[in-house]
Design a protein around this ligand. Structure first.
Ligand code: NIG
Ligand code: FE
Length: 413
């Protein structure tokens, strides 16, 4: 029985509140305890309160005196492509010359170039590269990530990516929610329809029988998978028991948001081009929007998703990094907070709710993580500042002081 007493937080930002995703004005309610503390036993939160109260209850617990720093729930990053080999530095440089994501993909860069590198990597090599990415997430204060396949595009290579995720999950400490994204791009040697058949008839049943993923995702976009093809894949996935997510309306408005609403997906992700009818459809079906401002910034685009309209419409907004080597090469949720506040006019409090408790609900884990409440996992981060708003304000600097997952401090690498 290991217990820990976290004492003297200037702000213990608990996010305590209703046991459901937060909407409207609730996004601004952080339930902050000033001069706060927290008692942890066996990896779970046993009590939350003022530092003085917790000190009295501490007994023989190991004391962690955070000396006036801010304590937050660990970030829950609900959209990442954490497994890949290599980098996309050539794409990056081409964009500095003004080429677009679509032009670069046509010229041999883009997702396809990462597919080639990922296929060429052995499972062990891919695991080592992914471990490096996992350490980056933790360094930024993230304790749980959703992570997708999608750079294999053959049965064996997709399974290889998902096995890497399983190994990472088993090894810890970063917590992983795995997603099958076989339909991320059409392989060069077949038509989109042929590949959709392969995903449905061979990949999905195998991923399901090996229990390698909880969610199924598709890239619904011009030049990738259209609405009908996306619907076919997601319907087949639903039949097999997968919960659904989708890359929709990123570069063009194809009605992807409405498709996710029709299918009762957990989330609709990106939504840069989604308009009022799409927002209304998401609201009616209670689909959570996952907004990815890192990819807008990374692509040098100016069209951010309409976060304010979504909040006003009552959507339970989520923010995530979309960490990947091409469009969004950042593992940093604090960077995403900065972008959400400066580019999408979310308040620091709204952005924080979207990155923790709402993200946890979008992964079906709202009862275990995303807030600092009795009974939940002791996943938290200590930041070297005295006001949570500093995290969104100072950008380009890692204020992370320490990260704990299930009550254990993650060693610095
Ligand atoms: O979410 N849009 C599709 N997938 C990723 C990009 C992946 C890549 O470029 O490698 C995204 O932006
Ligand atoms: Fe993505």
């Amino acid at each position: 029985m290991k217990s820990l007493a976290v004492l003297r937080a200037s702000q213990l930002v608990t996010l305590a509140g209703p046991k459901r995703p937060r909407v409207g004005a609730e996004l601004s309610e952080l339930s902050i305890i000033r001069h706060g503390g927290m008692l942890i036993r066996d990896g779970k939160i046993e009590a939350v309160g003022s530092s003085d109260e917790i000190e009295k209850k501490a007994g023989g617990a190991e004391v962690v005196d955070v000396q006036g720093k801010v304590v937050l729930p660990g970030f829950v990053d609900a959209h990442t492509h954490a497994v890949f080999a290599g980098d996309r530095l050539d794409d990056f440089e081409r964009r500095t010359r003004g080429e677009t994501y679509e032009q670069i993909a046509k010229a041999g860069g883009g997702i396809w170039s990462t597919v080639q590198k990922t296929r060429a990597a052995s499972e062990d090599d891919l695991f080592e590269q992914t471990k490096r990415h996992a350490a980056w997430f933790v360094r930024c204060g993230t304790t749980t990530v959703e992570a997708k396949s999608g750079y294999g595009l053959t049965l064996e290579d997709e399974l290889k990516m998902l096995r890497v995720l399983r190994r990472l999950k088993d090894q810890g400490p970063l917590q992983i929610a795995p997603t099958f994204l076989g339909a991320h791009a059409v392989p060069r040697n077949m038509s989109a329809d042929e590949y959709v058949d392969l995903v449905i008839n061979e990949m999905l049943p195998r991923v399901a029988s090996e229990q390698l993923a909880e969610f199924c995702d598709v890239f619904c976009e011009r030049g990738y998978f259209n609405v009908d093809q996306s619907r076919r894949i997601l319907c087949a996935a639903k039949e097999l028991g997968f919960k659904l997510r989708g890359h929709v309306d990123q570069l063009t408005n194809s009605g992807g948001a409405s498709l996710m609403a029709e299918l009762g997906a957990m989330t609709a992700d990106h939504l840069e081009q989604t308009d009022a009818p799409g927002i209304a459809a998401l609201r009616a079906a209670r689909v959570q929007p996952v907004l990815l401002p890192g990819s807008v910034y990374g692509l040098g685009s100016l069209r951010y998703p309409r976060a304010r309209q979504m909040i006003e419409a009552g959507l339970a907004v989520v923010l995530a990094t979309d960490f990947n080597p091409g469009s969004s090469p950042t593992p940093s949720m604090p960077m995403i907070l900065s972008l959400a506040c400066t580019q999408m006019k979310m308040s620091p409090a709204e952005a924080l709710t979207a990155s923790t408790i709402n993200a946890a609900y979008s992964l079906g884990r709202g009862d275990q993580i995303g807030s600092l409440e009795t009974g939940k996992l002791a996943n938290f981060a200590v930041f070297d500042c005295s006001d949570y708003r500093e995290l969104a304000c100072w950008f380009g600097i890692a204020l992370t002081d320490a990260v704990y997952i299930m009550g254990s401090k993650v060693p610095r690498r």
